[in-house]
Design a protein around this ligand. Structure first.
Ligand SMILES: O=C(O)C1=C[C@@H](OP(=O)(O)O)[C@@H](O)[C@H](O)C1
Ligand SMILES: C=C(OP(=O)(O)O)C(=O)O
Length: 430
């Protein structure tokens, strides 16, 4: 009698809270009347920066032992003057100035060199048209200074072709405007993040309607306090699910079920196209890999662009070229992500072609290399997945993962012991 070896056990990934949900919930709770409790928030550089910035705007936030934050809301926009540090967090730079404009005072928003290189001009322009006094740095970047005595609201057109965060920031401030706001968006990328914004605004009592596509009517209701459990981060989950696909293991991420508010859970469908088996239930997503990847297709990842690098980094393992398109706005994030990924892949000897908003990665064997992370957490995490198979890559800045997952290396190593733990203490992020 032959004995069939038992299949390897399913691995359960402990993925921390969503950055996008945590920072939205912090802002909405800060503007609400009353005290809100946020359970299982993400604790990372981006959410710490957001929380500290709200503290500097006068909001009281307390941590309790049991993984929860208590936010005592202002019941309005902030009042006062001050310099607000946004660190590397795009969400802070794009969500907090509209909130300040809906308050009373004079605030200057600044951030790291990396954040200063990212655009805020369309947001500054929109706030000016609403009646705030706004100055930006050279070329429409940070520092962004906002002086306002509240805003009347009315009707406004906004260009969100570079980032959906401009629209999300304006939408979240809108219930605080004296007359509410009808926001018409001209061009929009990353639409699922706007749906997440609206879902959370409603959770905190706002009245938002999209009667015609791209036109959002927000009534001047203010916000009321609400409790919220933060889902695990779907973008972070992509590294664990991709790891299942390329190692032939099964990985489950609990907490990311059918009802998830995050567009990036759709990354699992991309893995399905590449040959992995995917199961989504009420409360979890599970991917079982075959250890090989099917290529030979093109996929639009414009709505889930934070996950495009997860696919691009493992694409050399596929049996045919893979093209990812619709991702032009990914050039404006922590790094020019199309360029940064392409350069790293080429340094491994993998043929990679790029255009303004696309990348094609050809199958190939990766030769040993040091990955240039460009202080971009997603480059470090994405290439860590490829390295599970190649075992010959090192990261020049493993600590940069702290932007969204300070414990990434430990958790990845726990599930996949071949993932090396970085030597020495993790870098304190700039
Ligand atoms: O609203 C949000 O929480 C985010 C929106 C996306 O940015 P863009 O709209 O600039 O694509 C995404 O890349 C970012 O990580 C988080
Ligand atoms: C683009 C990102 O972050 P943000 O825009 O919030 O800085 C990201 O986390 O990939």
């Amino acid at each position: 009698m032959t004995t069939v070896p038992a299949p390897p056990e399913a691995l359960y990934a402990r993925v921390p809270g969503s950055k996008s949900l945590t920072n939205r919930a912090l802002l909405l709770a800060a503007a609400a009347d009353g005290t809100s409790v946020l359970t299982a928030p993400l604790i990372s550089d981006d959410t710490t920066a957001f929380r500290q910035a709200l503290g500097d705007l006068g909001v009281r936030i307390r941590s309790s032992d049991d993984d929860a934050w208590q936010v005592t809301g202002l019941g309005r926009g902030p009042r006062g003057t001050g310099r607000i540090w946004c660190a590397d967090a795009g969400t802070a730079a794009r969500f907090l100035p509209p909130l300040a404009a809906a308050g009373h005072g004079d605030f200057v928003f600044t951030g790291s060199d990396q954040l200063t290189a990212r655009p805020v001009a369309p947001l500054a322009d929109a706030l000016r048209r609403l009646g705030a006094e706004v100055d930006t740095g050279p070329g429409g970047t940070l520092p962004l200074r906002v002086r306002a005595e509240g805003l009347d609201g009315g009707e406004l057109e906004v260009d969100s072709s570079l980032s959906s965060q401009f629209l999300s920031g304006l939408l979240m401030a809108a219930p605080l405007l004296r007359g509410g706001l009808l926001l018409k968006v001209r061009e929009l990328v990353s639409r699922p993040y706007v749906d997440m914004t609206i879902a959370l605004m409603r959770h905190f009592g706002a009245d938002v309607a999209e009667d015609t596509p791209g036109a959002f009517a927000v009534r001047p209701t203010g916000y009321r306090a609400a409790d919220l459990r933060i889902e695990p981060d779907a973008s972070t989950a992509s590294y664990f699910l991709a790891a299942a696909a390329v190692t032939g293991r099964t990985v489950t991420v609990p907490g990311l079920g059918h009802g998830s508010l995050q567009g990036d859970v759709r990354f699992a469908e991309v893995l399905e196209r590449a040959g992995a088996r995917v199961r989504r239930t009420e409360d979890a997503v599970t991917v079982t890999g075959t250890g090989t990847l099917k290529g030979g297709f093109a996929v639009d990842m414009g709505e889930i662009s934070d996950t495009f690098m997860t696919l691009a980094a493992i694409a050399p393992l596929a049996d045919a070229p893979l093209t990812i398109h619709g991702i032009g706005h990914a050039r404006l994030k922590e790094s020019d992500r199309i360029e940064a990924v392409a350069r790293n892949l080429r340094a491994l000897g993998v043929r990679t072609d790029t255009g303004r908003d696309w990348i094609t990665v050809h199958p190939g064997n990766a030769s040993p290399a040091r990955i240039a992370c460009h202080r971009d957490h997603r480059i470090a995490m994405a290439f860590s997945v490829l390295n599970l198979r190649t075992g010959n890559l090192t990261l020049d800045d493993p600590g940069c993962v702290a932007k969204t997952f300070p414990g990434f290396h430990e958790e990845f190593h726990r599930l996949f012991p071949q993932h090396p733990l970085p030597a020495g203490p993790a870098r304190a992020s700039a």
